[in-house]
Design a protein around this ligand. Structure first.
Ligand SMILES: Cc1cc2nc3c(=O)[nH]c(=O)nc-3n(C[C@H](O)[C@H](O)[C@H](O)COP(=O)(O)O)c2cc1C
Length: 303
């Protein structure tokens, strides 16, 4: 049985990765299992300088998932390069994706430049964060900006560049095509859906930032639909995510057209979630006689 997937020229041992912002820098999960068993990890969104993120409360539970307005809290790219990355590369065999963000086009280019001569395997460009004032989602909802940022990162990057798309748009295929035409090597989707929750007793929003990003199983049908649409619209490969809780959820994304999948919110309710998703895919393959996991990619039979 083959579980290896070649994505943008990089061989992943299996198609299961963890989603940025839900798994720290991976090493935190070492106390539970060896993360080398995963295909890879996408680390917490990195910026040029350290960020404290937004005021609290910035996490709230909802039906079928959660809202967050963390706002890209991270130690900055230099600390990632000097502390986390060497440890990850020395101790782990799974692939390491650097998730990068910025407030200006130049920030994004500088992030790619600063990660050039490092052991990072791939860049995932977050143009879809709903929780920052400058950049973030504002970039990912305008096809011209998607193009500009893709070009800027591509011109500096040594690694394959995956653009992470926002679901907060009318037509996600427009953003996907803009990224592809500007030279993106791959796409990842979806980031969180802009959401809100209000405490009816106090009449105040639960999150200090008023609004936040909705993630978890409640978003899965929207995410699967977007992967399906994007897979039909572009030729570059896709990383699918949004509410994956088990192996069959992951298979759904692969059938819709994703080559790799990422597990996000599920990590918060079960630290073993990503490992279980991987084993769940293998169970599915055994049950349905699938010899090679690549056979599943885009294999949905539309009605
Ligand atoms: C607490 C939290 C923090 C996140 N931080 C980031 C981030 O830094 N960069 C990014 O691209 N996506 C971030 N995301 C989005 C996830 O990577 C993922 O796209 C989204 O949550 C959908 O997947 P899920 O439903 O499996 O969580 C974050 C999500 C959550 C819940």
């Amino acid at each position: 049985m083959n579980t290896k997937v070649n994505f943008c020229g990089i061989e992943f041992d299996n198609p299961v990765l963890t989603a940025s912002g839900t798994y720290g820098f991976g090493l935190e999960y070492d106390q539970y299992y060896n993360i080398s068993q995963l295909g890879g990890i996408s680390v917490k969104g990195l910026t040029l300088k350290e960020r404290e993120g937004n005021p609290t409360p910035r996490i709230a539970e909802t039906y079928g998932g959660m809202l967050n307005s963390v706002g890209l809290q991270n130690p900055g790219v230099e600390t990632f390069k000097s502390f986390y990355l060497p440890k990850l590369k020395a101790e782990k065999t799974c692939k390491v994706i650097a998730n990068i963000a910025g407030s200006t086009v130049e920030d994004y280019a500088e992030m790619a430049r600063s990660l050039r001569d490092t052991a990072v395997d791939m860049l995932e460009v977050n143009i879809s964060c709903p929780n920052v004032k400058n950049g973030g989602m504002a970039f990912g909802t305008d096809p011209k900006m998607v193009e500009t940022i893709t070009k800027a990162v591509k011109s500096e990057a040594a690694q394959p560049v995956v653009m992470k798309l926002s679901p907060n748009v009318t037509d996600i295929t427009e953003m996907a095509r803009a990224a592809e035409s500007a030279g993106a090597d791959g796409l990842s989707l979806i980031n969180t859906l802009l959401g809100m929750k209000i405490d009816v007793r106090t009449r105040r929003p639960i999150l200090a930032n008023n609004m936040g990003g909705y993630s978890g199983p409640g978003v899965k049908p929207v995410a699967v639909r977007m992967v399906y649409q994007v897979a039909k619209a572009v030729k570059i490969p896709i990383i699918g995510m949004g509410g994956i809780m088990n192996g069959e959820d992951a298979v759904e994304f692969m059938l819709a057209g994703a080559s790799l999948v990422m597990v996000g919110t599920a990590n918060f309710t079960d630290p073993f979630a990503a490992l279980k998703v991987k084993n769940g895919i293998i169970d599915y393959m055994r049950r349905y006689g699938v010899e090679d996991v690549n056979e599943l990619i885009g294999a949905v039979i539309p009605n």
